[in-house]
Design a protein around this ligand. Structure first.
Ligand code: CS2
Length: 505
């Protein structure tokens, strides 16, 4: 959409009444809306990190549960940003979800009954955690929100954790809130709740549990043991492609509703939530809402993280270097699409143990089809965020396993080198990458000269990303250097050069 179109669209949109309880009945018949009485619902879930992914995914499942059981409304807690509260408080927490398949369907979601901003409303957040009606805590704070070090354990030197160690009753971090909230619950003699991490981390529940128990140990030994024995942290796998909100989406929603929604969200039609069946509280009727319960999530989450997210990060860094803007555009370049598919089938798949009932080859093809969905404009730049946190989970584990098994890693080194080039290009243009290590990455990028040996060594020295064993592995160092050199080609030549890494026909 051109600038002129966008601004005239904005003017039209802004004259429309706002989506809220009072205007809900004006919505046209083509748009789904809460089919239960919102006023009679009660908060049963505290959710940390109500970004777009939470609102398209878990909130959609709880919306379905609310139609049958009013106890599962959500209190959404932003750990920092005020923007969601600013956008949705005037809308009584209502927002529109656009579901994109061959056509687009709109649904107004009512599951968010309360939106809190933790730094300003700390008392209210802790009160919710201490409330007997709260039975679940769900979490999407992204990889960096867990404050873990490169070893996957809680980083006690992280500034937010240091803060929480000094003033544990007024926490800042997610683990700090959980420890304080659980302490208050235990003190009040309330039944335990279940804590469900929904972030893209290997073994997310187990990692979060270790982080919370370790932090609790620094305060109170008995509290730590109570958490260990009483609180379940099931593992989960979550999946749905969620492009960021754009002005074009706001226009579309305004046209469909005849109302103004400041912050609608969108996702593909595909949606999956797999939860390990291990709970320490009353829980909703998950299966009726479409959630899969299993006793073994690890097969699912590893397959998803390594195949889908690993391929996503590959497309993001290589695609941006090659001049593409979206996943579907990058997939329309045959050489790049073949490269990614080969990497998934030949290099990633052998590291996976398929969960019961999941055929991995079919899973790969289904993922590639989703990437090609022309209805989804998923910006590569969005996926490129937080590379220092994503690469270890998505790709370095696969590389480690292949090295250990004597399998090739040449293709898997390409996204690693592409990330390095991406960081370098950003720094040379004077910009910082969106990343918790943005300052360090900027300095490294500025120091790079283009010489593969030296540039790659600068990045591999980052202990927060590359474990020392891997960084010293000659095969890995050589592979990344070779890929770094290959990706130094002119943007248009990059996809063709990747063919050098494909098996000869
Ligand atoms: C993406 C994920 O932004 C990213 O890094 O790889 O958000 C991806 O779209 C989801 O995990 C899909 O479930």
């Amino acid at each position: 959409m051109s600038g002129a179109d966008a601004s005239s669209g904005r003017e039209t949109r802004q004259t429309l009444p706002r989506l809220c309880e009072a205007t809900l009945s004006r919505i046209g018949p083509g748009v789904a809306r809460p089919d239960y009485d919102r006023q009679s619902t009660s908060v049963g879930v505290v959710h940390f990190g109500p970004g777009a992914f939470h609102r398209v995914h878990q909130a959609w499942f709880f919306e379905r549960m609310l139609a049958r059981d009013p106890r599962w409304a959500i209190c959404a807690v932003s750990l920092r940003s005020e923007s969601l509260q600013e956008a949705l408080a005037p809308q009584d927490g209502l927002y529109t979800l656009a579901i994109r398949d061959e056509s687009v369907a709109f649904q107004v979601i009512g599951a968010l009954r309360e939106i809190l901003v933790a730094p300003r409303q700390q008392e209210a957040v802790l009160r919710r955690l201490r409330d007997a009606r709260t039975r679940l805590v769900t979490i999407t704070v992204t990889e960096k929100g867990y404050c873990l070090g490169a070893d996957g354990e809680i980083d006690l030197s992280h500034p937010d954790i240091r803060h929480d160690l000094e003033t544990p009753h007024t926490p800042l971090s997610l683990p700090g809130y959980l420890v304080e909230g659980l302490r208050l619950r235990r003190e009040a003699g309330l039944p335990p709740l279940t804590v469900i991490s929904c972030d893209n981390l290997d073994d997310n529940g187990a990692r979060l549990r270790r982080a919370v128990v370790r932090l609790a140990e620094t305060r109170d030994y008995d509290l730590a043991r109570w958490i260990e024995s009483e609180i379940a942290f099931p593992r989960t796998m979550v999946d749905s492609i969620t492009p960021a909100t754009t002005d074009a989406l706001r226009e579309e929603v305004a046209a469909a509703l005849g109302l103004q929604d400041r912050w609608p969200v969108q996702r593909e039609a595909f949606l999956q939530w797999v939860i390990e069946e291990r709970f320490s509280s009353q829980v909703p009727d998950w299966e009726q809402a479409g959630v899969t319960l299993t006793d073994d999530v690890s097969g699912y989450d590893r397959a998803k993280l390594r195949l889908l997210n690993g391929a996503h990060s590959t497309l993001a860094y290589v695609g941006l270097l090659a001049g593409f803007a979206t996943v579907a555009q990058a997939m329309s370049e045959p050489a790049l699409a073949v490269f990614v598919r080969t990497m998934m089938l030949e290099d990633i798949l052998p590291t996976l143990r398929p969960p019961r009932g999941l055929g991995l080859c079919a899973y790969v093809e289904a993922i590639l089809k989703r990437f090609r969905n022309p209805g989804i404009e998923h910006a590569l730049a969005q996926i490129a965020w937080d590379g220092s946190k994503k690469l270890p989970v998505r790709l370095l584990g696969t590389i480690h396993d292949n090295l250990a098994a004597g399998r090739p890693i040449a293709r898997l080194c390409v996204p690693i080198a592409a990330w390095m080039r991406f960081v370098r290009n950003k720094a040379l243009s004077g910009a910082r990458a969106v990343d918790p290590l943005s300052d360090e990455l900027y300095d490294i990028g500025r120091a790079c000269t283009g010489e593969p040996g030296q540039d790659v060594a600068r990045f591999l020295a980052l202990r927060a990303v590359f474990p020392s064993g891997l960084a010293a592995e000659p095969g890995f160092v050589a592979g990344v250097q070779r890929a770094y050199e290959l990706l130094g080609a002119d943007a248009r030549a990059i996809p063709e050069r990747l063919r050098d890494l494909l098996p000869r026909a």
